[in-house]
Write a new protein. Structure first.
Lengths: 386, 286
């Protein structure tokens, strides 16, 4: 199946400023009951005149404080989220772990733990450690394998209102496509997020995410085997993320997620060895927010598919920052560990923020800090410019 | 599992660098059992992004209070020592699976290495309340690390070993075990990994060495006991409370695993922290 390309307005590829696509899914104001009445011919004929005013009246009351703000967002291919606050892969398990503590159904979407074709036992411990303003993790993609994930959790997910996006990892393009094929059409699986920060074992162990060609190839391969909405997660551990992002977008991804963790290490007490069992870990948390902001800022200027930002979101201001640099949605990750109810609270706070600004939708907040013309990428010098 | 605010009632340094804090958190204490833990958020949100796990050191369901016992080892634990009575912290709990004492066990042996006392302390209360005889073997580096007997119930037999010999037996706490393992119906341990490993090795050969009948169902057969179940722990001679760097503490992040004999990593926060010692892989474990 040839990937469906989103319609690009003329010159958009080279255009300087680019607002990511936020499609209007629902009207901002939904006078559902009135519409239903109006649809009935008898009601229509009876209330000919006043009926026209009725929705307007409803609208007026809904604009009042406490009105529902439309936070819905479309990430492509019908992956419609009720709000733009997602929970990041690896921080929320399979959506069931937090039990009653979190109102799971109120989340925009859940990205589940990274899933591979075969079960993986993961890395030796210690697997996590705290660092200033963040944490390092090297779980090593411990998971029971795609078949077990489908068997154990998909049934539960299919009864949920909140979409579940399955995060997929692999060691070869064949791994990715096979997992995607098995997820395709499974009720309860709303989409796929590709974790391409994995070594491409067949090609010398270089991560897909740091090689433009490989990133495009794996995206295109998965695109060919599934009709599921496809998100691809960018790695920040590259010199210039823009060509990679463009390559992934051209290969048919529906949306991008930025960013995965930054590579780092910690030293054990005694200083005789690195702390983590796997030596290297991924840094996440507030410490990486400026990096993530920069990547989102750069990527949003070169692609015209939605970008979902992730990196150190701990409060509403972080969400607004990411929206301002062009993201249409954000994922909350590490902050969940300290504050499991944060994502749901952010939904309410974002709605309140929109209401406070008199917005019926949040998309006016998107891209406000993007430059009028394409800015220099960070790879061309950050502090020193010739 | 509930998320609740807990009010600090009392905080004191019971040993150099070791603190005992009492919190009021009725909703967390209700139903909490020995071996379970709470995951506590520090107030320094900007720098410390992870909660800190603490075993229930004592549980008072009537007063709705709990105590935690910790050593100051970093910025997080130091932050807790600066709290004053009346301050509130955010607690998630009770988490994990508790110790399971077989109803037929009359003699309960607790083995604690250093701060591991925090892991088994609550079980002493629980077992004494249930009318069992309890012996606590405690191992520490020296006299300054020995848990004060004034903080332990009177009914408990307290035996101390120190590495430097300044108090009690000169040597490891595991040296004391042979004297008690025939007496004990069940043993419960928490402490450094080498200690637990030594205990597990002793426990695995206990039946053969002592010719002790294994506590279990009288009639064999029936359904096999599923590994990791409360029943499997209740049946085990030795139960250990494991420690591991922890992220979420609810089983989502898979940060805090230990290797099981089955080859599947077990989450300390979810399947643990209490495990039957024969369920864990002590040789090639992580």
């Amino acid at each position: 199946v040839k990937a469906k390309r989103r319609v690009v307005t003329s010159g958009a590829r080279t255009a300087s400023k680019r607002r990511p696509t936020v499609r209007r899914i629902k009207p901002a104001i939904r006078p559902l009951v009135r519409r239903a009445e109006a649809a009935s011919p008898s009601a229509d004929s009876r209330n000919g005149g006043p009926n026209a005013d009725a929705p307007a009246h409803t609208a007026a009351t809904e604009e009042a404080p406490g009105a529902a703000v439309d936070l819905s967002v479309d990430l492509g291919r019908g992956l419609r989220l009720e709000n733009p606050i997602l929970v990041a892969s690896g921080t929320f398990g399979y959506g069931i772990e937090y039990g009653d503590v979190v109102e799971v159904q109120r989340l925009g979407a859940i990205c589940c733990k990274g899933t591979t074709l075969r079960p993986r036992i993961g890395n030796p411990t210690p697997r996590v450690t705290e660092s200033p303003g963040g944490m390092l993790n090297s779980i090593g993609l411990q998971n029971p394998g795609v078949d077990a994930v489908i068997e154990k959790y998909a049934g539960t997910w299919s009864g949920w209102r909140v979409p579940v996006i399955v995060n997929v990892a692999g060691e070869s393009i064949a791994d990715y496509t096979e997992v995607a094929r098995r997820l395709d059409g499974v009720p309860g699986v709303a989409g796929i997020e590709l974790n391409i920060s994995c070594p491409n074992v067949g090609a010398g162990g270089i991560q897909f995410a740091i090689d433009r060609e490989a990133a495009g190839a794996v995206t295109a391969a998965v695109r060919r085997v599934t009709e599921l909405p496809l998100l691809v997660k960018l790695s920040p551990n590259v010199a210039d993320v823009r060509p990679i992002a463009r390559s992934i977008a051209d290969a048919g991804a529906d949306a991008l997620t930025a960013i995965n963790t930054l590579s780092g290490i910690a030293v054990a007490t005694g200083r005789s060895r690195p702390l983590l069992g796997n030596v290297y870990g991924g840094l996440s948390g507030p410490a990486i927010k400026p990096v993530a902001l920069r990547v989102v800022y750069e990527v949003c200027q070169v692609v015209d598919i939605p970008v979902v930002a992730i990196g150190g979101v701990t409060e509403l201001a972080d969400v607004l920052d990411y929206l301002a640099v062009g993201a249409v949605a954000v994922q909350v990750g590490t902050a969940i560990f300290a504050d499991p109810t944060l994502p749901v609270r952010l939904v309410d706070e974002l709605a309140a923020e929109c209401r406070g600004r008199g917005l019926a939708r949040y998309d006016a907040l998107i891209g406000t800090a993007l430059p009028k013309r394409a800015s220099q990428p960070s790879s061309k010098g950050v502090e020193y410019r010739p | 599992m509930r998320l609740a605010g807990a009010e600090l009632l009392d905080s004191r340094e019971i040993l150099p660098g070791q603190w005992l804090q009492k919190y009021r958190a009725p909703s967390l204490v209700a139903g909490a059992r020995a071996g379970q833990f709470v995951h506590v958020r520090t107030g320094d949100y900007s720098g410390l992004v992870l909660r800190r796990p603490f075993s229930f050191n004592t549980i008072d369901p009537v007063a709705g209070t709990l105590t935690i016992h910790f050593r100051t080892i970093g910025r997080g634990t130091e932050w807790f020592t600066r709290l004053r009575p009346g301050d509130r912290v955010d607690m998630l709990g009770p988490l994990g699976r508790p110790f399971e004492v077989d109803p037929r066990s009359q003699h309960v042996l607790l083995v604690a290495g250093g701060l591991g006392i925090a892991g088994v302390r609550a079980l002493a209360d629980e077992a004494i309340r249930d009318g069992r005889q309890v012996t606590l073997l405690f191992g520490g580096a020296g006299a300054r690390d020995v848990y004060p007997s004034s903080l332990l119930p009177d009914e408990l037999e307290y035996v101390v070993a120190t590495d430097d010999g300044s108090v009690g037996h000169h040597g490891f706490v595991t040296d004391l075990l042979p004297e008690y393992e025939a007496w004990a119906d069940q043993a419960f341990a928490c402490g450094p990994l080498p200690m637990l490993r030594a205990l597990a090795s002793l426990a695995s050969t206990r039946r053969r060495r002592l010719g002790v009948a294994n506590l279990g169902r009288k009639r064999g057969g029936g359904r096999p006991i599923p590994a990791g179940s409360a029943q499997a722990r209740r049946k085990a001679f030795l139960q250990v409370s494991m420690e591991q760097n922890m992220g979420c503490a609810v089983g989502a992040c898979l940060g805090c695993v230990v290797m099981a004999t089955s080859g599947t990593p077990q989450r300390v926060c979810r399947e643990g922290p209490v495990f039957a010692s024969d369920e864990l892989n002590w040789e090639n474990g992580w």
